[in-house]
Design a protein around this ligand. Structure first.
Ligand code: PLP
Length: 303
């Protein structure tokens, strides 16, 4: 298995352990960091990798930088080229997970806008613990951040303080993971993934106004499901109690991919096993991210 030997800082490749940032940088003192997690999938029987929806990831990153008033430093083609160089430099022989962080590396005051720096790391795939048999979720008593306080739509590291609180509570309470509600009590998302449920054959997910990150995987699932089945995905508010009527559910995200959910608040969904619709969505997802001949060529950058 390949190792993450090379990291990139501000366009420069260097040994992984040589990457440093000053503890008094604004990135540390005021959490002024936006980031993306991306995946480059190994194309079977080739030396190629399929970097998935890089354009959409960088577009979201750019908006995050704008909202957080970072100096506009990097164009997206430059960052794409950097990610490709980073992947090649690590000589992977299996799937790659990439973390790209952009932050204010300078010291200063709360309103300081630069200098802006970036780090990109490429790492091997970790074992997906719940992917096969599903996970249990508990509805958290920690509410999801509200849009008008610390917008969840922006992928800022600061937002993950809220997510961590929910994760720790869920683990201590005996669940595999948490599901968070909006401040006005509708289902929002999991700490690091979007939520979908199946009820009476319909696929339902919280709307983009439910304090969620507008997930790229969420969009992939919605688009592919609608194209393959001809059925619309309901994007709407979900009450907590509606969760218990679900026949199936799953979480999705670039890092999590598609993870079945088999119970919520210790109440089984359906027969408590991974459901057929979830299973099919999962298979379709792996085809679309990995197979160079699958639909939506525009989503895959071949390296
Ligand atoms: C809070 C949160 N929601 C949803 C997602 C899924 O987003 P995406 O599919 O764009 O990776 C993530 C991914 O990291 C996340 O952190």
């Amino acid at each position: 298995m390949w190792k993450s030997d090379i990291i990139m800082m501000n366009g420069e490749l260097m040994p992984f352990t040589d990457a440093h940032i000053h503890p008094l940088s604004l990135a540390v003192t005021y959490a002024t960091t936006v980031f993306e997690g991306l995946r480059a999938y190994h194309v079977p029987d080739t030396n190629q990798f399929s970097l998935f929806r890089v354009e959409e990831h960088l577009k979201r990153l750019k908006v995050g930088m704008k909202v957080m008033r970072f100096e506009d430093t990097y164009d997206n083609q430059y960052l794409t080229d950097c990610l490709i160089n980073l992947i090649r430099a690590n000589k992977p022989d299996s799937d790659v997970y990439i973390k790209l962080l952009v932050y204010i590396e300078g010291q200063g005051l709360l309103a300081t806008t630069g200098p802006v720096g970036f780090t990109a790391a490429a790492m091997p795939r970790k074992k997906a613990v719940f992917a096969e048999h599903g996970m249990s979720l508990g509805v958290s008593s920690w509410r999801r951040l509200s849009d008008n306080a610390s917008p969840p739509r922006i992928k800022a590291t600061a937002n993950y303080h809220n997510a961590r609180l929910a994760v720790h509570q869920a683990k201590l309470d005996g669940y595999d993971g948490a599901l968070m509600l909006t401040p006005d009590d509708y289902v929002s998302e999991a700490p690091i993934a979007c939520f979908f449920m199946v009820r009476d054959g319909k696929l339902i997910t919280p709307s983009c106004s439910s304090n969620i990150l507008e997930g790229i995987t969420r969009d992939t699932v919605i688009t592919c499901y609608q194209e393959t089945t001809g059925n619309q995905v309901e994007q709407r508010s979900i009450d907590r109690s509606e969760l218990y009527f679900a026949d199936e559910a799953f979480l999705c995200g670039t890092g999590q991919e598609i993870i079945p959910v088999t119970s919520i608040d210790h109440l089984s969904l359906g027969d408590g096993n991974v459901g057929p619709i979830t299973d099919k969505i999962r298979q379709d997802y792996f085809t679309i991210v990995r197979d160079p001949n699958a639909d939506h060529k525009e989503w895959r950058t071949l390296i």
